[in-house]
Design a protein around this ligand. Structure first.
Ligand code: SAM
Length: 312
C-alpha cells in the first residue's frame, strides 16, 4: 500500500487511480521504499514510464489479476492485487519469482556471495557461462535466480537476449562493484508474493489465460511490434515473437472479451497493432524507451488498448 508521504506511488485503491486519472501524469520516477515489493530486474519493455497511465486505466474492481507477459512485473508490483496469476515464457525469470517467493533470504545471500568478488570481463564471462550451463541443463534453483539478477545488473543495458541456441549472450556493461540487489527489497518482494499467494506460471500466453473468468482483469504487455528494423527487440526467447504471435494474441483478446474479462494491452503504435485491435478502445501515448542505448532515441508512441470504458 502507498504510504501517506508518497500518495501517487502505489495504485492499489480507487482513490489513487482516480487521482492519477485526473492528473494524467506519468508515474513518478522516485524509487519505491526498500520495504516495498518492486521489480528485481531491469527488463526490456519494462513499464515504469507508462505505469501511471496504465494504473489509472485499471478497473477499480476485478476478480483475479492475470499478467501473462509479466517480465519485471512493474504493473504487478504497482497494483499489488489480492489474487494474481502471472506468467512468462522465460523459465529462468519465472524461477526468480519462485525462488523469491520460497526463500528470498537465500537468494539475497547467494547474490551477496557473487557480489563479494569485484567484477572483471573474465569474471563476467565465467558467471555468464555458469548461467548458460543452467540454461542448457534446464536447472531452476536458487543459484540460478542469483545469477539471473547478478547478470541483469552487470550486462549491457540490462538486456535479456539469447542466441540461436537459446544461450544468454549479452556483453558486460563494465560495472565492477556494488550490490546487485537490496536484501531488504528482495525480502519485501518475496514476502508479498507469498502473502498475496501470487500463482506463478511459465509458458505461452494462451495457456496462461486458460482459466480467466468473467470479471477477471488481464493486462497484456507482449514483446512489441518493431516500429523499424533498427528498433527491433523480440529476442527474449529463442523463438522470438513473430507477427503470427501478435495475431494469436489479438484473437485471444477477442475470446477473453467474449468471456467477460476486463482487458488492457500495451504495444507499439505500429500499423499492425492498430489493424489487429481495430474496433477496441485505442489510445496513443508518448513513452520513453528505456532499453534503447541512445538516450536521444528513447521516445516513441505506444498504444494502450482496452475493452472496457476505463478512460475517455
Ligand atoms: C515487453 S516484456 C514485458 C515487460 C513487463 N511488462 C515489465 O514490466 O517488465 C514481454 C515479456 O514477454 C515474454 N514472452 C515472450 N514470448 C512469450 C510468449 N509466447 N508467452 C508468454 N510470454 C512471452 C518475454 O519473456 C518478456 O518478459
Amino acid at each position: 500500500m502507498a504510504d501517506a508521504a508518497t500518495p501517487k506511488r502505489g495504485c492499489r485503491n480507487a482513490a489513487d487511480r482516480g487521482l492519477l486519472k485526473l492528473l494524467e501524469v506519468p508515474f513518478p520516477s522516485a524509487p519505491a521504499p526498500l520495504s516495498a515489493p518492486a521489480p528485481f530486474v531491469k527488463w526490456a519493455g519494462g513499464k515504469r514510464q507508462l505505469l501511471g497511465l496504465l494504473c489509472a486505466r485499471a478497473p477499480a474492481r476485478f476478480g483475479r489479476y492475470y499478467e501473462p507477459f509479466v517480465g519485471g512485473g512493474a504493473m504487478l508490483f504497482a497494483l499489488r492485487p489480492e489474487r494474481a496469476c502471472v506468467s512468462d515464457a522465460n523459465a529462468q525469470l519465472v524461477n526468480c519469482y519462485r525462488q523469491l517467493k520460497e526463500d528470498a533470504k537465500a537468494v539475497a545471500a547467494a547474490i551477496q556471495t557473487l557480489d563479494a568478488v569485484p567484477c572483471s570481463r573474465e569474471r563476467y564471462l565465467a558467471l555468464r557461462s555458469r548461467y548458460n550451463g543452467k540454461l542448457e541443463a534446464g536447472e531452476l534453483d536458487c543459484e540460478g535466480a542469483a545469477l539471473f539478477i547478478w547478470l541483469n545488473r552487470h550486462c549491457f543495458n540490462g538486456l535479456y537476449r539469447v542466441n540461436g541456441k537459446g544461450l544468454f549472450n549479452v556483453p558486460w556493461n563494465g560495472r565492477t562493484q556494488g550490490p546487485s540487489a537490496s536484501a531488504e527489497r528482495l525480502a519485501a518482494t518475496g514476502g508479498w508474493l507469498k502473502a498475496a499467494d501470487v500463482e506463478l506460471g511459465c509458458g505461452d500466453f494462451e495457456q496462461a489465460c486458460e482459466a480467466v473468468e468473467a470479471g477477471d482483469f488481464v493486462y497484456f504487455d507482449p514483446p512489441y511490434v518493431p516500429v523499424s528494423q533498427t528498433a527491433r527487440f523480440t529476442s527474449y526467447a529463442r523463438q522470438g515473437f513473430a507477427q503470427a504471435d501478435q495475431e494469436r494474441l489479438a484473437a485471444l483478446f477477442a475470446r477473453l472479451d467474449a468471456r467477460g474479462a476486463k482487458l488492457l494491452l500495451s504495444n507499439s503504435d505500429a500499423p499492425l497493432v492498430r489493424r489487429l485491435y481495430r474496433g477496441w478502445r485505442i489510445e496513443a501515448v508518448d513513452a520513453k524507451r528505456a532499453i534503447c542505448s541512445d538516450a536521444s532515441k528513447r521516445t516513441g508512441r505506444e498504444i494502450i488498448v482496452a475493452n472496457f470504458a476505463s478512460f475517455a
